[in-house]
Write a protein that binds this ligand. Structure first.
Ligand SMILES: Nc1nc2c(ncn2[C@@H]2O[C@H](COP(=O)(O)OP(=O)(O)O)[C@@H](O)[C@H]2O)c(=O)[nH]1
Ligand SMILES: [Mg+2]
Length: 236
């Protein structure tokens, strides 16, 4: 009887665990975001914004929600340490990409990095949330301006097939598998339209990691999405 009750109690109090990676360029506000999430959800507040230095490696944090624990991994965003991001992709359940909506000078660098994330085959089916941070600043771009900026950046860059025909990627007849796992056929990229679909359904939210505005909405989004993704996975 004891074991039965213990088993029932464990079942009822069991929490599903999910990992969320927070990525984006350095200075976008990722660590401030993580610390704000800790402050909003945990009894011990996160580090105050004025004490946060550049991230080398990772910062971690976890929050407890009904029947769910979310583990956050805030990864360093400097150019030379971005290469560690993919090591986390296999283990994570959702991705938050934070961008600085004030720093327009770095938007094209932001889009280049974001585009690589969109093209990562291992992330293709994971919930991905784009956060336009620093909405407290009077100089920030709004969510719709951020979407327009990404669309404009995509239109302005040379077509992928043109880039490849000018580069060292082999252009032999038939199919070629690229490094990022997409399928090239007769010089055309074929990812089954998955990237376009992903862009069309991409959620972009405006937040201020500094003041906390929008941060609960972002966490709620993650909470719902990771559970829905698990349900779909369980059904398959
Ligand atoms: N105005 C404003 N500044 C922010 C916000 N979030 C972060 N910052 C500032 O941006 C800088 C970089 O923040 P940090 O969290 O270290 O960025 P990270 O490199 O992406 O981890 C710091 O000076 C933060 O105080 C925000 O929502 N609003
Ligand atoms: Mg940081």
């Amino acid at each position: 009887m004891y074991h039965l009750l213990k088993g029932l109690h464990e079942h009822l109090t069991r929490k599903d665990e999910y990992s969320v990676v927070i990525i984006g360029l350095d200075n976008a506000g990722k660590t401030t975001m993580l610390e704000q999430i800790k402050t909003l959800y945990n009894s011990t507040p996160g580090m105050p914004a004025d004490k946060i230095g550049p991230t080398i490696g990772q910062n971690i944090g976890k929050i407890s929600l009904p029947s769910t624990t979310l583990h956050f991994f805030d990864l360093g965003g400097q150019r030379d340490i971005r290469s560690i991001w993919p090591r986390y992709y296999d283990e994570c359940h959702a991705v938050v990409f934070v961008l600085d909506a004030v720093d327009q000078a770095r938007l094209s660098e932001t889009w280049e990095v974001f585009d690589q994330v969109l093209n990562s085959p291992r992330l293709l089916n994971l919930p991905l949330l784009l956060l336009a941070n620093k909405q407290d600043s009077p100089h920030c771009l709004s969510v719709s301006e951020i979407r327009e900026s990404f669309d404009a950046w995509q239109r302005a860059r040379p077509h992928q097939a043109e880039v490849d025909s000018n580069s060292s990627v082999p252009n032999s007849p038939g199919d070629v598998h690229s490094e990022n796992g997409r399928h090239e056929h007769d010089g055309k990229w074929d990812d089954g339209g998955a990237k376009d679909e992903r862009m069309a359904s991409l959620d972009v939210m405006g937040v201020s990691a500094l003041t906390g505005t929008g941060v609960r909405d972002a966490v709620n989004w993650l909470y719902i999405r990771v559970q829905n993704a698990r349900k779909i996975e369980d059904r398959n």
